[in-house]
Design a protein around this ligand. Structure first.
Ligand SMILES: [Zn+2]
Length: 297
């Protein structure tokens, strides 16, 4: 009996020490892990700072950069500056390779080479999907051409010289050779797909109060990726997108597995920003008072 009692006591002791150990492990596992994590995180931050300073360089930002790039806002409050006009405007009548998959109508002869190439890529894909009736009715317009147009069409239908995105070289009027763009399959295709190629519908039907311009299903504007994708997803026009960037300061997004970081900086005298050495980046002004830096792999 004594033996059994001793054995029972031994078993009880073992059981208790087991329970204690369990709870001991549990409590120990809970708290120190968090500390370890915190500690590691701290080390990570320091390492990241170190890496960032090793892999980036201080770059001066000049005032002219407010007026250069693909994100320039042009509207009745913010006219086109001479230095903002695309410098790669070409005569399309001698560049057949850039006018495949669509026709040029009216007196449209000039376009930015860069924008024409991007538009051509889009047209090639539209063609594969069976859309073959695209036309461009207007590309780049000089201030002089804009002046003539304004005098002919009047202020209801045309903008004064310097206030049209066409003067910038980043916009195109795209039509259908078959019918009005608002009814054409080409119009539907553009509305659905243009963002993939960096283009946006600049004057949507439901944003006339913000843009100050009537619905223009034909007028597309190049802003580039990831901006066109973010704008499409959030339903922003350019005015709203720039306000959003100003408010958020930094936005990150992933498109087709590619990561983009978009940061807004208000311009100031003697301004410098950190730019990565091992990543691609683009800088664009907003045509108001700041610059947007887009970093991608
Ligand atoms: Zn237009």
């Amino acid at each position: 009996m004594k033996k059994w009692g001793f054995l029972l006591l031994l078993l009880l002791c073992l059981f208790l020490s087991f329970i204690n150990k369990e709870s001991f492990f549990e409590s120990k596992a809970d708290i120190p892990n968090v500390e370890v994590l915190k500690y590691d995180q701290h080390e990570n931050d320091k390492a990241e700072d170190r890496r960032a300073s090793e892999n980036s360089r201080q770059t001066d930002i000049t005032e002219e950069q407010i007026y250069q790039g693909n994100l320039l806002l042009v509207n009745n409050e913010h006219p086109v500056h001479e230095e903002s006009i695309k410098s790669d405007v070409v005569n399309l009548t001698i560049h057949n390779e850039l006018t495949q998959g669509y026709v040029l109508l009216g007196s449209t002869n000039y376009m930015s080479m860069d924008i024409a190439q991007k538009f051509s890529e889009m047209m090639a894909d539209a063609g594969k999907e069976g859309l073959h009736n695209f036309a461009i009715t207007s590309g780049f317009r000089s201030f002089e051409e804009q002046k003539i147009l304004y005098e002919q069409m009047g202020s209801d239908l045309a903008l004064p010289p310097g206030y049209s995105e066409h003067n910038l070289g980043l916009s195109l009027d795209v039509g259908s050779t078959q019918m009005k763009m608002e009814h054409a399959p080409e119009g539907k295709w553009i509305e659905k797909n243009a963002w993939k190629y960096g283009f946006i519908l600049r004057y949507p039907e439901d944003k006339t109060d913000i843009t100050g311009i009537q619905y223009e299903p034909w007028h597309i504007r190049y802003v580039g990726l990831p901006h066109s994708a973010i704008m499409k997803e959030k339903g922003f026009v350019l005015e709203e997108y720039l306000d959003y960037l100003k408010e958020k300061k930094k936005v990150t997004t992933k498109i087709d597995g590619k990561k983009y970081t978009v940061s807004y900086y208000p311009f100031s005298e003697n301004m410098t920003i950190n730019l990565p050495k091992n990543q691609e980046y683009e800088i664009s002004g907003d045509n108001i008072d700041g610059v947007i830096v887009t970093i991608y792999d």
